[in-house]
Write a protein that binds this ligand. Structure first.
Ligand SMILES: Nc1ncnc2c1ncn2[C@@H]1O[C@H](COP(=O)(O)OP(=O)(O)OP(=O)(O)O)[C@@H](O)[C@H]1O
Ligand SMILES: [Mg+2]
Length: 223
């Protein structure tokens, strides 16, 4: 459903062009779980940004459900991000002055319109899904690092996306807590979004169905 073909991306700084992605191809099926691994600087975050439409490729094709999106208009891209794609970052990026539940409701807040009852219900359901039932009224500062990351995942799930992108979502957590987050993401997968995850940790990558290795801008699919 999400397909990348021969994606190339370079960064230019001070007149020097550095290729970061060289003819990268990857297919992500519904319900898929892909882990992208590779050493620091190999281009993992750049690839995730291209796949999640945060960054446009220089060349190559990105198609979503058969439709080319690499040159789609801002309007189309924004609609895609609102509805079908969600991203979780290493730092959870929660609003510190909003409760866990309000943070999960953020994707539903447009302008000054009040959130609807079913959206509040959905937020509560997502918090329960990540193991935080009953903690919706806490501020991020009253939650552990692992719990804060779970809130960020609940927020990413609130809009029922088809694709969840995560860049080192366990990066700021200890290993046991990180393992819990990984198991949560792996478990979502049977009835939830397809997951594309960047990780440094080989043990975490084992939970994925497909492991893709970035090396010198090239991607090799392992399984
Ligand atoms: N905005 C940018 N402008 C110029 N160069 C960049 C930019 N972003 C990343 N790079 C360079 O592109 C290369 C790949 O970066 P990227 O962040 O994709 O690597 P990564 O595999 O995610 O690394 P890490 O594991 O450390 O997060 C690096 O050499 C980096 O310095
Ligand atoms: Mg990175």
């Amino acid at each position: 459903m999400l397909s990348a073909r021969d994606i190339c991306k370079s960064y230019r700084s001070q007149g020097v062009e550095t290729p970061v992605l060289r003819n990268v191809s990857l297919d992500i099926e519904p319900g898929g779980f892909v882990a992208i691994v590779g050493r620091s600087g190999s281009g993992k975050s750049t690839l995730l940004s291209v796949l999640s439409t945060l960054l446009r490729p220089d060349s190559g094709a990105l198609t979503w459900q058969g439709r080319a999106i690499d040159h789609a208009s801002e309007r189309v891209i924004n609609a895609l991000r609102r509805k079908d794609f969600s991203v979780v970052f290493q730092q959870h990026q929660l609003m510190p002055y909003l409760t866990a539940q309000e943070n999960v409701l953020l994707p539903f807040m447009h302008g000054l319109r009040p959130v609807k009852r079913e959206q509040t219900d959905r937020a509560r359901e997502c918090l329960a899904r990540v193991g935080l039932a009953g903690k919706g009224e806490r501020l991020p500062g009253q939650l552990s690092g692992g719990e804060q990351q779970r809130v960020a995942i609940a927020r990413a799930l609130a809009t029922s996306p088809a694709m969840l992108f995560a860049d080192e979502p366990t990066g700021s957590l200890d290993k046991a807590t990180g393992q819990g987050i990984m198991e949560l993401l792996a478990g979502l997968n049977s009835d939830g979004p397809a997951v594309v995850l960047v990780t440094h940790e080989p043990a975490y990558a084992k939970l994925a169905r497909t492991v893709a290795v970035m090396e010198d801008g090239r991607l090799t699919i392992q399984a």
